[in-house]
Design a protein around this ligand. Structure first.
Ligand SMILES: [Zn+2]
Ligand SMILES: [Zn+2]
Length: 273
């Protein structure tokens, strides 16, 4: 059975950051690489997709699925700088589940890939295809990797994903605000028993009162959810841009006091399921 793992190329939310306060955890926005044996796929093309793209040019795989959780800027801003998108020997399948049609997905990307916003037109992505899948239907990619979409509570809609192969599993919930009972229940059911859960934890409980309705959760919620859903390793993710390395280290200490296996996501981190 292929080994299942995830490499985090971007763990910030909202906007990329740089500077001495973000040296350890990094400053790229959402981009994750799911590795199942020799095959890999990509979840979101935030700014972390730029260094990932450079690495993929040197590999052997030429067909990639890019699954979008949604098309907010922090999740697509790396696509115009994703080198394989411009290579005729690569083929990318850009997939979303929260939109109504392929046209809507193409239109959203077109907003950041057309003059005068960006000099290169979306038509330059000539080997990419755009796909919209139903939210309630799992499918398979690569060597038997099962992908299960999960509806999230986020402005404009969003979709999480659970990946399963050979009895191992990883769930990715990038942008989700808890509080919608039926969506929360469905997420808890879908991620049950996961080896790794990478989950939006933009805020602390104390901060959350000021950011209700912004579409994000707290790290305390993620730890409680992980306990209820028997998740082995919860990973605190989608960091607030102003969150410093010192603050994230402190969050990790406090999270591990509640659940020993908890981690805070860091750009460049690889986790094996
Ligand atoms: Zn986001
Ligand atoms: Zn968002």
């Amino acid at each position: 059975m292929p080994e299942l793992g995830v490499k985090i190329w971007g763990s910030r939310g909202s906007t990329p950051v740089s500077g001495p306060q973000a040296l350890h955890f990094g400053g790229e926005t959402t981009c994750l690489q799911i590795c199942a044996g020799t095959h890999s796929l990509i979840v979101d093309c935030g700014s972390g997709a730029r260094p990932l793209g450079k690495l993929l040019l040197a590999g052997e795989q030429r067909k990639f699925d890019i699954l979008f959780t949604h098309v907010h800027l922090d999740h697509i801003n790396g696509l115009p700088f994703f080198a394989p998108a411009y290579r005729s020997d690569f083929h990318l399948t850009l997939t979303a589940c929260h939109l109504k049609s392929e046209v809507k997905l193409r239109e959203a990307i077109c907003r950041i890939m057309s003059p005068p916003v960006f000099p290169v037109n979306i038509n330059s992505l000539h080997t990419s295809s755009f796909v919209v899948r139903p939210m309630d239907l799992a499918w398979q990619v690569g060597e038997g990797l099962k992908v299960t979409p999960i509806a999230l509570n986020h402005p404009g809609g969003a979709c999480g994903y659970r990946f399963d192969v050979g009895g191992k599993s990883i769930a990715i919930i990038t942008d989700h605000e808890s509080g919608n009972a039926s969506i929360d229940a469905q997420i808890e059911k879908t991620i049950n028993g996961c080896d790794i859960l990478i989950h939006d934890a933009m805020y602390t409980d104390a901060e959350y009162t000021h950011f209700r309705g912004y579409g994000h959760s707290t790290w305390q919620y993620v730890i409680a959810l992980a306990k209820r859903a028997n998740v082995k390793t919860p990973v605190i993710f989608h960091h607030e841009p102003d969150r410093t390395d010192a603050e994230l280290r402190q969050i990790e200490v406090e999270a591990q006091q509640q659940l020993k296996t908890a981690l805070v996501a860091r750009d460049g981190m690889y986790l094996s399921a």
